[in-house]
Ligand binder design. Structure first.
Ligand code: TYD
Length: 223
């Protein structure tokens, strides 16, 4: 169903907070309503980005310096924005992205203690200062999230454990980073409180329908 503009929604939160399931569910709902949806992720989301992702997440890349990590996150994002996100928005699609620059501010800015300023400057210079229309921040219990992420990685084929191997103090800084972003940007960032998969899905859909009336069930039927 053609929209009058592209819509860019990002999902953020700690590792293991359940973002991926929620993106799949929102994508399925919007597709069932007849909208053209692109679900993508960072790091990754483009062929080059998936190669950068492998470097970033592999636990064998343990020696990566914080600055090199930051630069690779933005190399991935610059490619993703130019090759995937902007063309999809220009084609008036709904773009759902698993992590974006808020993750860099929380993980590299706060977690690695590089600060927010450099993250926001790189975003402006390398990503056309493109911000999502809406960001859904999934709040989650820190210990439970990390345990879930580690457990999931044990069963995965690819080695994506480098971040999960960090300690609790790193993730506490990441969590604080996300909280600061949410407090600063109350208009864009909506916090979702923990709950069952179903209750979170319902809350997300409510927020999306209010933020974008053109995506609501009613709009889908009448178009
Ligand atoms: P992801 O695959 O989304 O992990 P999860 O499904 O557990 O949330 O993201 C991979 C890791 O990359 C995650 O630990 C967070 C980290 N990351 C950053 O540190 N900075 C960033 O800018 C991005 C996009 C991700």
């Amino acid at each position: 169903m053609p929209l009058s503009r592209g819509i860019f929604i990002t999902f953020e939160g700690l590792d293991g907070c359940g973002k991926t399931t929620q993106i799949e569910r929102l994508a399925a709902t919007l597709i069932a309503r007849g909208f053209d949806v692109l679900a993508t992720r960072e790091p990754g989301g483009s062929a080059i980005g998936e190669r950068i992702r492998a470097i970033l997440l592999d636990s064998r890349t343990a020696g990566l310096s914080p600055s090199a990590e930051l630069a690779l996150m933005f190399a991935d994002r610059a490619q993703h924005v130019d090759e995937v996100i902007l063309p999809a928005l220009r084609a008036r699609r709904v773009v759902l992205c698993d992590r974006y620059t808020d993750s860099t501010e929380a993980y590299q800015g706060s977690g690695r203690e590089l600060g927010s300023q450099i993250v926001l400057e790189l975003h402006r210079e390398l990503c056309h200062d493109l911000w999502p229309n809406l960001t859904l921040l999934l709040d989650s219990d820190l210990d439970a999230s990390i345990a879930r992420a580690r457990n999931r990685n044990q069963n995965a084929t690819a080695d994506e454990e480098r971040f999960e191997n960090e300690g609790a103090s790193f993730f506490r800084r990441v969590q604080r980073g996300f909280e600061e972003i949410a407090q600063r940007d109350t208009h864009r960032v909506k916090r979702i409180s923990p709950g069952s998969i179903q209750s979170i899905q319902t809350e997300i859909l409510k927020i999306v329908d209010v933020a974008f009336p053109e995506l609501s069930k009613h709009a889908a039927v009448s178009q």
